[in-house]
Write a protein that binds this ligand. Structure first.
Ligand code: NDP
Length: 242
């Protein structure tokens, strides 16, 4: 039977490309999404059209009951979970001095609490030999003004990755994160001027914006046989931005 991968936030952006890549690699893929059922179903249709296997399942990753159900339904459908990619995330910008607690709470709820909940469920349910993959961001290294909550949430994810890698001792499960630089998705492009996008795109010496496939390639490596010896690492996939 095919191996199974859950990809959170797979209705759009990077998650969508990861889901399609893992399906092409031979995984049965669970397309998780928060609210955009139409986009999630489109991904399922595209994968099935290419002779792959996929199903769409809604769950807010910050809700422990919904995440438990996501894993229950995956196991009921495919029998086992072999790869968990916690890609879902949000970004809001607000200077720390503004003290926007509501925005801070929203970002932490999805990016850090949500990651903790998905990792916790993955640690309980993943099959021996499995792969758990989280999402940080290379913006951590830039310390850009107004990114406080987002950077704090992703720094937390990096901590969870390293600890969980040690907690999985004896199960042959690896735990890593990918930390992309700027990638052309709604999350990055929304609210930025063309000048800001151009500036951020050229911070790396390859002088281009990351594409969703650049990141899906890295996840495919971590989830596949060639990634077996990578564990407890944060892969900064950013074209050399520093
Ligand atoms: P997008 O905004 O394009 O897509 C976000 C996805 O996450 C959607 O599928 C959305 O579902 C889902 N989602 C959001 N909140 C939740 C939730 N609470 N529960 C379940 N699903 C949720 O984001 P990107 O593809 O750009 O980002 C993917 C990851 O990569 C994020 O973790 C982000 O922080 C990280 N990243 C992105 C970079 C970039 O430049 N784009 C750079 C560095 C890191 P729905 O469609 O239903 O709303």
């Amino acid at each position: 039977m095919a191996k199974t991968a859950i990809v959170t936030g797979a209705s759009r952006g990077i998650g969508r490309a990861i889901a399609k890549r893992l399906a092409a690699d031979g995984f049965a893929v669970v397309i998780n999404y928060a609210g955009n059922s139409k986009a999630a179903q489109e991904v399922v249709d595209e994968i099935r059209h290419a002779d792959g296997e996929a199903v769409a399942l809604q769950a807010d990753i910050a809700n422990p009951e919904q995440v438990a159900q996501l894993f229950d339904k995956t196991i009921a459908t495919y029998g086992h979970v072999d790869v968990v990619v916690n890609n879902a995330g949000i970004m809001e910008n607000s200077p720390i001095a503004k003290g926007d607690i509501a925005s801070f709470d929203r970002v932490i709820a999805t990016n850090l609490r949500g990651n903790f909940i998905v990792f916790s469920e993955a640690a309980k349910r993943i099959a021996e030999g499995g792969r758990i993959i989280g999402f940080s961001s290379s913006v951590l290294g830039l310390n850009l003004p107004s990114y406080g909550a987002y950077i704090a949430s992703k720094a937390g994810v990096e901590g969870l990755v390293r600890v969980l890698a040690n907690e999985m001792r004896g199960r042959k499960v690896t735990v890593n994160a990918v930390a992309p630089g700027p990638v052309a998705t709604e999350l990055f492009l929304t609210g930025k001027t063309p000048e800001q996008i151009d500036h951020l795109s050229k911070l790396n010496p390859l002088e281009r914006l990351g594409q969703v496939e650049d990141i899906a390639n890295v996840v495919s490596f971590l989830a596949g046989p060639d990634g077996a010896w990578i564990n407890g690492q944060i892969l900064r996939a950013n074209g050399g931005m520093s």
